[in-house]
Design a protein around this ligand. Structure first.
Ligand code: MTE
Length: 796
């Protein structure tokens, strides 16, 4: 929305069913579009032919995926499609030739030819992508169908169909075939797999499973989606935007501008967008702005765009923008903002959701919920969209689902919004014990003796006392959250296995709200003590990103400035820091424990070495934290809290582990990938300590490729200068043929035997890597070699 009417190519949504075909110069030179079938003059066109034989034209066209806003349906019931928020819609200036001109040239056979079938050059499991149009529509220039080679004045990007694609205005994006190779004029519609098995709007009695099992529904042309339906969304207020309103209204005329987009199909113009603040009891007309109309005022022509001439065209193929100024006081009284677009055929968005198996064409009223929080002087409004885009969780639909509300026909006033209902947890682990029925008041909870720590996770109370000794993160991390809501911290760092243990400690349900942690800590920290170290275990503190440096293909160092340039961090060796930040697109808060790699004596800043896990086949959304960090730019802030952890290297072989003091001189280290970060701090403390001459370290470091080995220079220097106190053995699971620096393959028992010390009373193993590696390899291998894994293995 902030980019305006024409969406820059890099923001234009992308929907590909398979890999993007690679089109290099050679392929480009020989790229042809074969037009054949029931025609008098079958022709194979090169790109050059199209450009020279037909008039070049440009049209502004909004493409919308049939799945736009589909996530709302997926929250109600998981459908046969993935999650689009309300942003599967974009607009571009498409340049090419009219399909009608090309058809005119090849002369379809009258009476026989009925359909125009397009086929793309992508290779998909069930054959190429293909779909068709009725010939009568395709041959009608007013429908604006193009064979386009440029987008916003530049050649198409590979994602968008380079070198040439079809553009079908007013219809769902799925009809605009990319990487166009063939056009067949035929008596029957396309027989391509996805022409049948995709882009269908099936009757609502069919569940996704039933639809999947019954091919006849998919073959019935009645359910094929062509033209878009009328739709709109609210962009402002944005999801989680807040508005502070003074309770003694100094300015009763203060206004807020509601904004959003709307579109319809088949060239139909959106004729109005109405807004309701009282769930449809009353409606107000918004102002609708049609940037597409500006192209109707005068024709334009040049070499790149050819002719852009909408002067005689009535059709609306683009989105429009609506806005409405409302008094802030009206928002303060409302529970929800609803938008409803109506097009010139008087089609309007339905109030209720048409829940369907593919969850396509979702166009029920777009609703933004308003949450209210009263403070002494102000009323704070927080706006909540129905969903957030992609796989991130958030939005009123997820939040209200557990209340049993019918999300297809939601009501925001009766029953009233329930602000503290928690959203369903990802994964299947239950955190509660069904036999526990006790209600615990906030007073009783907060008053509990802190040495017998009670804490809250998702509104349930747990007694951590029996677990203090066993807790792998140390007793301190439980004691730290005594009397507090530990939901974020707990969910951020615990695996499904660890979560499963929580139910054992469940003692009751909190019967009211706790005072917010911020309210308590804000008073305690009015004047920051500059001389004190930065980190505080119970308080989130902001740091500003000052530098990002690329380390290799997927790892970066992120340097953040502390409050004060002389300030130390205050992190004991071996301990970690919680990092939390808001995902820029969804507003969801993500949190994880990291160990900084900055040197212990460094002041004024903190540095993290972070491997960004990008989306891959197995993990489509990539790491949530990676996604959030990947979007940070210099000047952005994140929050830190700490230290935490169960292990501290105090120097010269002295260790504090789970509250016990130990002395160990023979340290074995196993780590993988970015697991080096907590390890490097311990290595520095051992090997750079001139007073420690007897502690020895043996290390195995596993990576995929040589390039993945992090901090290699420093590790090599330790090896060179370590005076026999440090040996390191590398192993790579996916090495190049030249690799001679160590073993091949994953860590195994014989590596552990050969490159780590033998078990002894003086020995301790420190390990950091994926949980799977710990459980499947490290623990069993150490056991086989005679290590006491319960007492001598520290996993970071
Ligand atoms: N064309 C080919 N060849 N292969 C595809 O996977 N996806 C379709 C359509 N054309 C697709 C295709 C779908 S479902 C949509 S919504 C639009 O392309 C998306 O176009 P865009 O990625 O340029 O936004």
């Amino acid at each position: 929305m902030s980019a305006g009417f024409v969406t820059p190519a890099h923001l234009h949504f992308v929907r590909n069913h398979g890999a993007v075909p690679r089109v290099d110069e050679g392929t480009l030179r020989t790229w042809t579009i074969r037009v054949h079938g029931l025609v008098q003059r079958g022709t194979t066109f090169t790109l050059h032919d199209l450009k020279s034989m037909f008039q070049t034209v440009t049209l502004p066209v909004t493409l919308v995926c049939a799945g736009n806003r589909r996530k709302e349906q997926n929250v109600v019931r998981k459908s046969l499609g993935f999650n689009w928020g309300a942003a599967g819609v974009s607009t571009a200036l498409w340049t090419g030739v009219y399909l009608a001109d090309v058809l005119d040239y090849v002369r379809p056979l009258k009476g026989q030819a009925k359909h125009v079938i397009f086929e793309g050059g992508d290779s998909l499991p069930n054959g190429p992508y293909g779909t068709s149009q009725r010939l009568s529509w395709a041959a009608n220039k007013e429908k604006g169908m193009l064979l386009a080679w440029a987008m916003n004045g530049l050649p198409l990007e590979p994602d968008h169909g380079f070198p040439i694609r079809v553009i079908i205005p007013g219809q769902i994006g799925g009809r605009s075939v990319k990487w166009l190779k063939s056009i067949e004029i035929s008596a029957q519609e396309s027989q391509h797999h996805l022409h049948f098995w995709d882009n269908k709007f099936l009757p609502r009695h069919l569940s996704p499973d039933a639809a999947r099992d019954e091919p006849s529904w998919w073959q019935d042309p009645k359910y094929l989606i062509t033209e878009l339906n009328v739709n709109s969304a609210i962009s402002h207020p944005a999801h989680l935007e807040t508005l502070e309103i003074s309770r003694e209204p100094k300015d009763p005329s203060r206004m807020y501008t509601l904004r959003g987009y709307a579109y319809s199909g088949g060239g139909r113009r959106v004729s109005r967008v109405e807004v309701s603040l009282d769930e449809g009891a009353t409606w107000q007309l918004s102002t609708v702005n049609y940037p597409e109309d500006q192209y109707r005022d005068m024709a334009y022509a040049d070499e790149v765009y050819g002719t852009l001439d909408l002067t005689e065209r009535d059709t609306s193929f683009c989105w429009c923008f609506w806005s409405l100024d409302v008094p802030v006081s009206a928002l303060a009284k409302a529970n929800v903002i609803e938008a409803c677009a109506v097009d010139e055929s008087m089609n309007m968005q339905p109030r209720d959701m048409y829940l369907n198996a593919t969850s396509m064409m979702n166009n029920c009223l777009f609703r933004v919920a308003i949450l209210k929080k009263e403070t002494e002087r102000n009323l704070q409004l927080t706006f909540e969209h129905p969903t957030v885009a992609g796989t991130a969780s958030g939005g009123w639909m997820e939040r209200l689902k557990p209340t049993g509300m019918d999300l297809t026909r939601p009501s925001f006033s009766d029953p009233p919004l329930v602000p503290n209902v928690v959203a369903p947890l990802e994964g299947s682990t239950s955190l509660t014990n069904p036999d526990v029925t006790r209600r615990i008041s906030p007073g009783e909870f907060v008053g509990q003796d802190k040495q017998h720590p009670w804490f809250v996770v998702r509104g349930e109370v747990y007694d951590g006392t029996p677990f203090l000794k066993e807790h792998p993160g140390g007793a301190d991390s439980i004691l730290l959250v005594a009397g507090e809501d530990a939901t974020d911290d707990f969910l951020a760092i615990h695996s499904e296995d660890a979560r499963a243990k929580l139910a054992k400690f469940h003692i009751g349900t909190l019967s009211g709200l706790l005072p917010t942690a911020e309210a308590v800590s804000d008073h305690a920290h009015d004047t920051p003590d500059r001389a004190a170290p930065f980190l505080e275990p119970k308080r989130w503190k902001s740091v500003k990103l000052v530098e990002v440096t690329r380390v290799n293909h997927d790892s970066f160092t992120y340097r953040f400035a502390l409050e004060d340039e002389d300030q130390t961090l205050g992190l004991p060796v071996g301990q970690h820091v919680f990092v939390r930040l808001k995902q820029k697109d969804s507003g969801t808060v993500v949190q994880r424990a990291y160990t900084p790699v900055s040197r212990r004596d460094s002041v004024g800043s903190i540095e993290f070495l972070i491997k960004l896990y990008m989306p891959n086949e197995k993990y489509l959304s990539g790491g949530k934290m990676s996604a959030a960090l990947g979007k940070l730019v210099v000047g952005d802030e994140v929050e830190l809290k700490g230290p935490l952890g169960s292990f501290i290297w105090e120097g010269d072989g002295h260790i504090l582990y789970r509250g016990m003091r130990l002395r160990r001189r023979e340290i074995g280290v196993i780590c993988a990938g970015s697991g080096i970060t907590p390890i490097i701090q311990v290595l520095r403390a051992i090997l750079r300590d001139s007073s420690d001459t007897s502690t020895r370290v043996w290390m195995i470091y596993a990576n995929r490729t040589e390039e993945d080995i992090l901090l290699r220079d420093e590790l090599d220097a330790f090896h060179r200068e370590g005076h026999q106190r440090f040996t390191i053995h590398h192993t790579l699971s996916n090495p190049s043929t030249e690799w001679k620096g160590g073993s091949l393959g994953r860590i195994n028992e014989s590596m552990v035997r050969e490159y780590l010390p033998s078990p002894s009373k003086e020995g301790l193993i420190l390990a950091c890597g994926p949980e799977e590696m710990m459980n499947l390899t490290v623990r069993p291998a150490l056991k086989m070699c005679g290590w006491d894994v319960e007492g001598q293995l520290v996993i970071f």
